[in-house]
Design a protein around this ligand. Structure first.
Ligand SMILES: [Fe+2]
Length: 186
């Protein structure tokens, strides 16, 4: 549950972070993502050691939960209902949302964080692998989770650096202006 929900958070926030052209939401979401990346890291560290002590039956039960959760997140979170509310027929709404670049990006963000994490904590039985093959996301199990997380951190740090540099430049200009005004008054 922790891994799935934090993955969902990363996907939802990341989609807006990566598609907005407005600086303020981009900045806020970069910070939120930096925070969320740490939540994922927390679950990963906490569960990896614990899961290695579980029985095969206990692991199978958790895999079942992950399989159901992943299918639900793939099939339910795509916004066809919104389009239906605007009066589009169900089939058309489903086709449009299925082809939407937002849904594609959302799923990519979602599974690129969940699949490697699930694999890393030791839930990687044949049934779960088969479900990921069916969803077309099995190969994401090999994505470099550390790298993805570092990128989420770095985007926020880069924004900070840019912001502080801009503030610094504004401050320098202000001081120079004050000096110029002061010497003009002399
Ligand atoms: Fe979170």
């Amino acid at each position: 549950m922790q891994v799935l929900i934090e993955g969902l958070a990363l996907a939802a926030f990341g989609m807006i972070r990566d598609t907005t052209n407005k600086p303020l939401p981009k900045q806020i979401l970069s910070y939120v993502m930096q925070d969320e990346a740490r939540h994922v890291a927390f679950g990963r560290m906490a569960l990896r050691d614990y899961y290695s002590q579980l029985s095969a039956a206990e692991l199978a039960e958790r895999e079942e939960f992950v399989i159901d959760g992943c299918y639900l997140m793939r099939d339910r979170l795509r916004g066809a209902e919104v389009l239906e509310n605007f009066g589009l027929p169900k089939a058309e709404a489903e086709t449009i949302s299925e082809q939407s670049e937002y849904v594609t990006l959302f799923r990519k963000l979602l599974f690129s964080r969940i699949v490697p994490c699930v694999k890393d904590i030791g839930l990687w039985g044949p049934r779960l692998q088969q479900a990921y093959v069916d969803m077309g996301v099995l190969e994401l199990g090999d994505s470099n989770l550390d790298l993805l997380m570092r990128q989420d951190e770095e985007l926020a740090e880069q924004l900070d650096a840019e912001r502080f540099a801009a503030e610094e430049a504004a401050r320098v200009a202000e001081v120079e202006q004050a000096i110029a005004a002061g010497s003009a008054a002399d």
